[in-house]
Design a protein around this ligand. Sequence first.
Ligand code: SAM
Length: 329
Amino acid sequence: MDNKTAIADSFGRTFPYLRLSITDICNYRCTYCLPDGYRKSQHNKFMNKDEIIRLAKAFAGLGTWKIRLTGGEPTIRKDFIDIVSSINEIQAIKKLSFTTNGYKLPDRANSYYNAGLRSINISVDSLNPEQFKNITGHSRLNELLKGIDACLYAGFETVKLNTVLLKGLNDKELDNFIDFVTDKPISLRFIELMRTLDNQDYFNTHHLSGAAVVERLLARGWKKKNRAIDAGPAQEYINNNCKGTIGIIAPYSKDFCKSCNRLRVSAKGALHLCLFGEGGYLLRHLLQSDDQIEELQDKILTLMKFKVEAHFLHDNNSGVREHLASIGG
Ligand code: SAM
């Protein structure tokens, strides 16, 4: 394979980071995402392991060094560990991570670590058992908390928690969440609720600006961390008295898209240039044999000219995204 140029867009941004969804199916029913649970569609043929690995190799040859597996819930795939082990064999991929709702994590943390995973993102929308059930549809907070400890114990280098802070639901827990990272080497991320096609009324009722979190962090002595040049869109905060850090992902904030460094591929093999954009460009036909890799790479590079400068969320336009389970957030 010739040396290809790295993936870049017309606005000077480069894209070393791929979020790769491996299933749309999720076993949780988060009220802001899949309140009625996953509904099987007629066309739910997700990429098989070979297709996923070809895709990862093609991206790796275009400068991608970080991949996050997501879903739906990626760990419900029976071949999840196989997929992880195979991606780990691609030398150019320096960081492989995954996002999970933490299902069965206490039992599985070691097997994830043994498969070569060192970085995990766990969604935790409440530290209160009842509220957790109310938001996710499952009484599994205790399991999740044990799972977080199991990951730290297993030796994961990066343990990140994702929390969507929701007005009138878990926003009263802001201080509890901040306290949670006092003595744990964890990076907690508050994600602003994003509007999708399916959650418009919910969004109007529960959206809380990241600015409210920043205000509270500053009041509690947290300080904004200097931004590394290659940092993604999260604003990071630190506190010398705490082992953990806190990040804020505020897609409605000014200039959020300027630091965009990621592309997404759906479980059906479509390239999405923006979380809130177009319906995706199908790559699946170029994932059918190993000798298609050059054609696949040329296609990815060509599609980059369609990447727009910023999303249109401020105009109440969330593109065609029904919910984030269809692409992994
Ligand atoms: N099942 C996995 C999990 O629970 O983390 C991975 C998929 S989930 C779609 C990825 C992340 O997207 C989760 O942290 C979830 O909270 C977040 N998410 C889903 N819908 C969202 C929305 N409308 N706004 C903000 N975050 C959302």
